[in-house]
Design a binder for this molecule. Sequence first.
Ligand code: FA5
Length: 359
Amino acid sequence: MRYVRRAMSDPTSTLDASLAEIDARFAAEFAACSDEQALRAAHAKILGRSGALTAALKEMGKLPADARKAAGQRVNALKQKVEAAFEERLQAIARAARDAELNATPFDLTLPGRVPAPRGHLHPISLVREDIFEVFKGLGFAVAHGPQVELEDYNFTKLGFPPDHPAMDMHDTFWVSPPPQAPDARVLLRTHTSNVQVREMLTNKPPLAVVSVGPCYRCDEDMTHTPMFHQMEGFMVDEHVSMAHLKGVLTAFVERLFGKRQVRFRPSYFPFVEPGVEVDMGCTFCDGAGCRVCKGTGFVEILGAGMIHPVVFEHCGIDPERYTGFAFGTGIERPAMLKYGIPDLRLMFENDVRFLAQF
Ligand code: FA5
């Protein structure tokens, strides 16, 4: 319904007639509104920019000066009445909506959805990491973690890498700007998990048997190398630990992860072990018969290992006259590739669901 603007000769009477009309109708109009949108529209018809009461207010200027004050009070009183009724109706509408919601057919949030949500699963790297932890926990090893942003001292120096040693060329290192509070610190992204060996030996006393798995970084990329990859590191330190323990533990590890297969140890070099060995196992693709993966040898390289160098013990405050130990490490993408028959390491990090869904 529209409010009519009256044309009367006496401006005070015109105003009063408009106010009376608004007053007579607004309550019923608000009451007829059943939702907030309709109520706001009804309110705008009275108090909006072109609303009836707004128009009446504009007429005030036409009143004789002595009538303006009293007329202003009448307009304001009506305005307050309209606003109060509007607020009250607004709340009543909100209450009614809430009641309707509460009284509606109960909605059971715990019911399963009609379309089953596809279930995710662990990434092959995580699967192998968990398998590795299970094997070593079964052999009595504790699990430890180390930082990925590391000091050169813990990544190289304490492990006996002399500065500018050719062994460092194999670790194409990403260097990181030092923090402002230590501008001379030599900071890097760890190139291997052997930093965990250093940190654990610096903070704990033997006997120690620890395994760690985590991301490492080298400036390297091709079919079998990525700038970020994962390594496993393990070590054992106690009195009388020998190469026999190294061979026993690593043979058990290979057999528990891959099933019974041949394991062989070849001499090798790492600056932080003496003697050092490379550990190979019978190829999982051809069962030792010789294939493309094992380059016809029947063996694939699976671990680097060795007896911990006395210099490393000295750097970490462990008496090399009393204690001996062995350490081992490997990239874990390699075991994952062998275990699941994955041909290209880069597939692991492309996050293509067609690949990931196969595990
Ligand atoms: C090491 O990093 C030694 N810390 C391992 C070790 C620990 C030896 C304890 C003895 C005792 P190496 O640089 O060879 O060794 O790296 C070990 C493995 O990490 C490699 O055989 C490879 O499997 C993996 N790896 C290294 N760089 C990359 C890369 N860019 N992408 C993927 N895997 C890599």
